[in-house]
Design a protein around this ligand. Structure first.
Ligand SMILES: *Cc1c(COP(=O)(O)O)cnc(C)c1O
Length: 340
């Protein structure tokens, strides 16, 4: 048995999901004729109380389309220094939108209204790029799956509005935040100009993300998606997996959060662990004693069938998901003992 804690993207589709994919009616989505994609887009928009949605192959694409639509070349995007849009999208902000970036030092990946206000450039100063867009990430991946306080998100929304900045949410793991905090999806739809959600992370679909926003914004996004090469044809089978995931795999995220807590407990008892980022959702980031051979440990664990990744020379990450269950926690504990 393999316990794969590298990422929540490693999941296998469930039998029910495969059945839904098999049965899905399909059409040409570039012509707007795929009934299953249309249904998924309507369902997601309604869920968040937003006007419209567009289905895309990846969360990188939904974020990059949003950034492209909100900015002009030379404009500045404001985000946390750890954010996915900056760290893990291949330099896409510059590559696709020709925009520059202002990086903020937030708290475990989370920024706030004061950081935004103090980083906005004077639009009359020709030396400076025009501040145009704020991107926040919830949950914050490199922040160890940290969740924002609702009040902070609302304050940043008001601040962005007052400063005429667009406000985009990278919600690759937004459902983890929703399940952990109890905040309603509709509330997110109310305060953000655009939201990206991933179906292929904790929700367990094989492929797919959605970008949500106002009607005109999504119309523009359809043109950008085509130019980025993301216009898919009979992709309704993939959308069917997404619909199934939204209907069946949201509530179960609490199981992933419980398992992450169990991992935290197991790691806490280990002498080679120096500290663990507070575990709020499905990600555990642990820091090892600098004298500990972390690389060797990860290699031994892998040979024992437990996979996870280093994120720096003395920190590693474990992520829970659909294919990790409570029984695996005892095995994990055993494998750690055997690998020391
Ligand atoms: C995974 C992820 C994305 C999108 O990644 P893709 O692999 O392109 O779907 C975006 N933002 C965050 C925070 C992520 O973790």
């Amino acid at each position: 048995m393999i316990i794969d804690l590298r990422s929540d993207t490693v999941t296998q589709p469930t039998p029910g999901m495969l059945e839904a994919m098999h049965r899905a009616p399909v059409g040409d989505d570039v012509f707007g004729e795929d009934p299953t994609i249309n249904r998924l887009e309507e369902m997601a928009a309604a869920m968040f109380g937003m006007e419209n949605a567009i289905f895309c192959p990846s969360g990188t694409m939904t974020n990059q389309i949003a950034i492209k639509c909100h900015t002009q070349p030379g404009d500045e995007v404001i985000c946390d220094e750890l954010s996915h849009v900056y760290q893990y999208e291949g330099g896409g902000i510059a590559f696709n939108a020709g925009a520059s970036v202002r990086l903020l030092q937030g708290d475990r990946g989370r920024i706030n209204k004061d950081l935004i206000a103090s980083s906005v450039n004077n639009p009359d100063d020709v030396h400076k790029p025009i501040s145009r867009l704020v991107v926040v990430e919830n949950t914050a991946n490199r922040g160890g799956g940290s969740c924002y306080e609702w009040n902070d998100l609302e304050e940043m929304s008001s601040t962005s509005k007052a400063l005429r900045l667009s406000y985009h949410l990278d919600g690759a793991r937004l459902f983890n935040a929703i399940v952990a905090t109890g905040q309603k999806a509709q509330e997110y739809g109310r305060i953000f100009d655009s939201i990206s959600i991933c179906l292929s992370k904790g929700l367990g679909a094989p492929v797919g993300s959605l970008l949500l926003g106002k009607k005109d914004f999504i119309k523009k996004a359809r043109r950008v998606r085509k130019a980025f090469g993301g216009g898919m044809r009979q992709a309704g089978s993939l959308a069917a997996a997404g619909i199934y995931a939204l209907e069946h795999h949201v509530d179960r995220l609490k199981t992933d959060h419980q398992n992450a807590k169990s991992i935290e407990e197991i790691l806490k008892g280990q002498s080679f662990i120096n500290g663990i980022s507070p575990v709020q959702t499905n990600i555990v980031i642990a820091e090892c004693d600098p004298a500990f051979d972390m690389k060797g440990f990860i290699e031994k664990m892998k040979n024992h069938g437990v996979k996870f990744l280093a994120i720096s020379s003395n920190k590693f990450r474990m992520v829970t998901h659909l294919n990790i269950d409570a029984d695996m926690m005892n095995i994990l504990n055993e494998k750690i003992k055997q690998s020391l």
